[in-house]
Design a protein around this ligand. Sequence first.
Ligand code: SAM
Ligand SMILES: O=c1cc(-c2ccc(O)cc2)oc2c(O)c(O)ccc12
Length: 354
Amino acid sequence: MAFPSAVDSSQELLNAQSHVWNLTFSFINSMCLKSALQLGIPDAIHKHNKPITLSELADALSITKSKSHALFRLMRVLVHSKIFDKVKTGEEEEAYALTGTSRLLLRDEPLSFAHFALTTTDRVAVDTYHCMTEWFRDECPTPFETKYGRDVWEFGADDGKWNQLFNKGMTRDSELVGSIFVRECKHVFEGLEIVVDVAGGSGALAKAITAAFPGLRCVVLDLPQVVDGLQGSENVSFVSGDMFKFVPPADAVILKWILHDWSDEDCLKILEKCKEATVGGSGKVIILDMVVDCEKQEHKAIETQLFFDMAMMVGHGGKERTEKEWANLFSKAGFQNYNITPLLGLRSVIEVFP
Ligand SMILES: C[S@@+](CC[C@H](N)C(=O)[O-])C[C@H]1O[C@@H](n2cnc3c(N)ncnc32)[C@H](O)[C@@H]1O
Ligand SMILES: O=c1cc(-c2ccc(O)cc2)oc2c(O)c(O)ccc12
């Protein structure tokens, strides 16, 4: 049998085959992670207070006895992907321990990442990636619409379970980012009395900001299915509405994980409303989003950015932007200046000035 000309040795053929196998199976990593979270494995290990053996883990999870061996195989993949550690106990028996990654996946920890991971691996989202090819050939704006016939926000208004899951994932992310934002970026809030968190979800970021700066008031604007029925406080109030139509007046407007959900055209409309809201256009806009840089960053970070960019394309018709793309957007929206402060990993705080 003749090999393709690009593959000229058995070793190269094996490497290429292994690479293709791993790529085609890489969804297994995310499905194993999802199953671990749904079974409650990180919490069970944490609750055990010391490394846990396979049989102790099987008991703690109340799984069907005959499936203990399957649990061993699931744990083997998760250890390989460094979600858990395998350690030797005194009796030569092996046991599983948490790693830095799985500590981030404990459900009830204040900065848990578990809900976010459950959102991104949920069937509602995963099924939309299956529609990419169909979408390339149809006239729908996003694969999400190819799959469900409406956009993700309309879908959320109809499907309470997805709406709750998505909002919970976002809330947990905002708690994590919010705690770092208020600690590392105090200068951003200097001189501000009232800020609007546009499309601010259930108010987690607003709560972090007002707790750190008690003199500040924060208005959270979001869709009715997100904010209706939420209880405000002395410093945080909720407004239900459409950011394309009206943004309440403020000294500054915050957009966390909003603009990456939208096309340049829609971003310009949102930025225009934000500009009008900031005391007649003299206040600033504070954006928390990624600044893509595929040249300076390392391979793993680039992969994260590319995955997020795909998620934005598939779920929303949005995109992750380079500094040049951000600068273009700000200039088109009539802003004069901007300042980027790296915040957490790949995300930055971008202050945009009129
Ligand atoms: C990706 S989430 C980010 C939520 C929040 N900023 C955070 O980072 O946790 C996007 C938010 O935009 C809201 N949203 C979408 N379209 C909107 C609109 N037209 N007006 C106001 N909010 C909107 C959604 O309900 C959702 O809460
Ligand atoms: O990580 C995500 C994923 C989504 C997403 C992907 C695919 C879908 O069909 C729906 C939603 O949306 C996100 C999002 O809006 C965001 O601001 C951050 C992260 C993600």
